[in-house]
Each structure stands twice: as structure tokens, then as C-alpha cells.
Design a protein around this ligand. Structure first.
Ligand SMILES: CC(C)(COP(=O)(O)OP(=O)(O)OC[C@H]1O[C@@H](n2cnc3c(N)ncnc32)[C@H](O)[C@@H]1OP(=O)(O)O)[C@@H](O)C(=O)NCCC(=O)NCCS
Length: 202
């Protein structure tokens, strides 16, 4: 992987990204982080619905820590928090964390991790997630960041396929074990810990 990014036809294509009709994409200032809390909760609920192998933390516990992490990420000059807005409502966001090179993976001097991509349930499948990724990638290219990593829950096949269609490939598996579960069934039948996030009906 090279340390510099040359302009390419692909880059020109991404610079010309367009959001679906009626949707605009813009940066969200750190002071307005609470505006994306519902979308963070929607992502957790989605993972509960998919029966994530690793239990999902209750949203009330999760959000304050997530918010603190986002605040820290946004101190990096090349981190990006982009939101999709329809009729003044935020309907999706992508949080990109710019980071210094890693001592194992030979990447560009700075690389980016897509920490979160979430679209409101009723707005999925309309091109908003793709538009957020297009906008983030165009901005990262402009910043000279060539390498991007994204963590995907192992049960989230739709998201993995979306990233694969965009040219991402699985480069790392994060394994999970729980010592107290050794020898017990490891499947959907496994009892869930008390307090795990549960789907909240609207
Ligand atoms: C994954 C997610 C961000 C994608 O955003 P989106 O706005 O729904 O996606 P788009 O409308 O841009 O669709 C992108 C592609 O994914 C496909 N897709 C999206 N959701 C899908 C689903 N649930 N099942 C199958 N395909 C799906 C679309 O068909 C489209 O395919 P194409 O590129 O070949 O046309 C959104 O569905 C979401 O928020 N899901 C729940 C949270 C989540 O899983 N986040 C990702 C965490 S890694």
C-alpha cells in the first residue's frame, strides 16, 4: 500500500456522489452528539434482532460511553462525523475515526476506522448508507488517507455484503470467548444475561 494517494477516475466518481432526493449530508458538530443517540440505539436493536453472538449491552449503559468515545475521536484532525438529514431530521450517520499508522498493518501514515454506520429503520434500503460512505470516502481521499477498516458483527451479513460490494474484504477475525461459558451450548438457545438490550417497539 502506498503512502500517497493519486487522483483517480474512481476518486472523481466519488467526489460526484449524490445523496438520495430530499436528503443532504453534512458534518455534525461535537456539541450536537446527542442528536444521533436514537440511531445508535437503532443499531444496537438491529444487532439484538440478528441475535449477535456476543450479547449486546443495554442502550442506556452504552450511549454515554459511546458518546465519550466519539468526543475523543473527534479531537483527531481527520475524524469525520457525517449525518444524513431529511426534512431537518437526522436519518443516518457515519462516524469515521482517523488514526496514526498501526504497528502491524502497513497502511498509509494515517488510516481510518469506520466506527459506526447507522440508518433509521424506516429509511434503510434507499441509498442513504451508501451516500454516507461515498461522502466519507471522498473526504478521506482528500485528506490523503488510503486505508479504511470497518468492524462488522459476524451475524450482520447485509452490512458485510454492502462493504464487500464496495471493495472491502475480510482481513481480520475478532474471536470471542467467555470462560464461564466453556462446555455450555453456544447458540441461539443460550440464555441471555439479565439486562441485555431488548428490542423496543416504537
Ligand atoms: C447497513 C446500513 C447502514 C446500510 O444503509 P442503507 O441506507 O440501508 O443502505 P443503502 O440503501 O445505501 O443500500 C446499500 C446496499 O445494501 C443493500 N442492503 C441494505 N440493507 C440491506 C438489508 N437489510 N438486506 C439486504 N441488503 C441490504 C441494498 O440493497 C444496497 O445494495 P446495492 O449497493 O447493491 O444497491 C443500514 O441498513 C442500517 O443502518 N442497518 C442497521 C445497522 C447496521 O447494520 N449498521 C452497520 C453496522 S456495521
Amino acid at each position: 500500500m502506498s503512502d500517497t494517494v493519486e487522483p483517480t477516475d474512481e476518486r472523481a466518481r466519488r467526489d460526484a456522489y449524490s445523496a438520495p432526493p430530499g436528503v443532504r449530508i453534512e458534518r455534525l458538530p461535537v456539541e450536537r452528539l446527542d442528536a444521533i443517540e436514537p440511531l445508535w440505539r437503532a443499531l444496537l436493536e438491529h444487532l439484538v434482532d440478528l441475535d449477535s453472538v456476543v450479547p449486546i449491552r443495554p442502550p442506556d449503559e452504552s450511549w454515554p460511553k459511546r458518546k465519550a468515545n466519539y468526543t475523543e475521536y473527534l479531537e483527531e484532525p481527520d475524524s469525520l462525523l457525517l449525518v444524513a438529514v431529511r426534512a431537518e431530521a437526522i436519518v443516518g450517520y457515519v462516524m469515521v475515526h482517523g488514526q496514526e499508522w498501526d504497528e502491524v498493518w502497513h497502511t498509509s501514515p494515517r488510516f481510518a476506522e469506520i466506527e459506526t454506520l447507522s440508518v433509521a429503520e424506516g429509511e434503510r434500503g434507499k441509498g442513504i448508507g451508501s451516500a454516507l460512505l461515498d461522502a466519507a470516502e471522498a473526504e478521506l481521499e482528500r485528506l490523503g488517507i488510503d486505508d479504511i477498516v470497518i468492524g462488522v458483527d459476524s451475524v450482520n451479513e447485509a452490512a458485510r455484503l454492502l462493504y464487500e460490494r464496495r471493495g472491502f474484504t475480510v482481513g481480520y477475525h475478532l474471536m470471542h470467548g467467555r470462560l464461564s461459558d466453556r462446555g455450555k451450548p453456544r447458540s441461539n438457545e443460550r440464555p441471555r444475561p439479565a439486562g441485555e438490550a431488548t428490542k423496543v417497539e416504537p
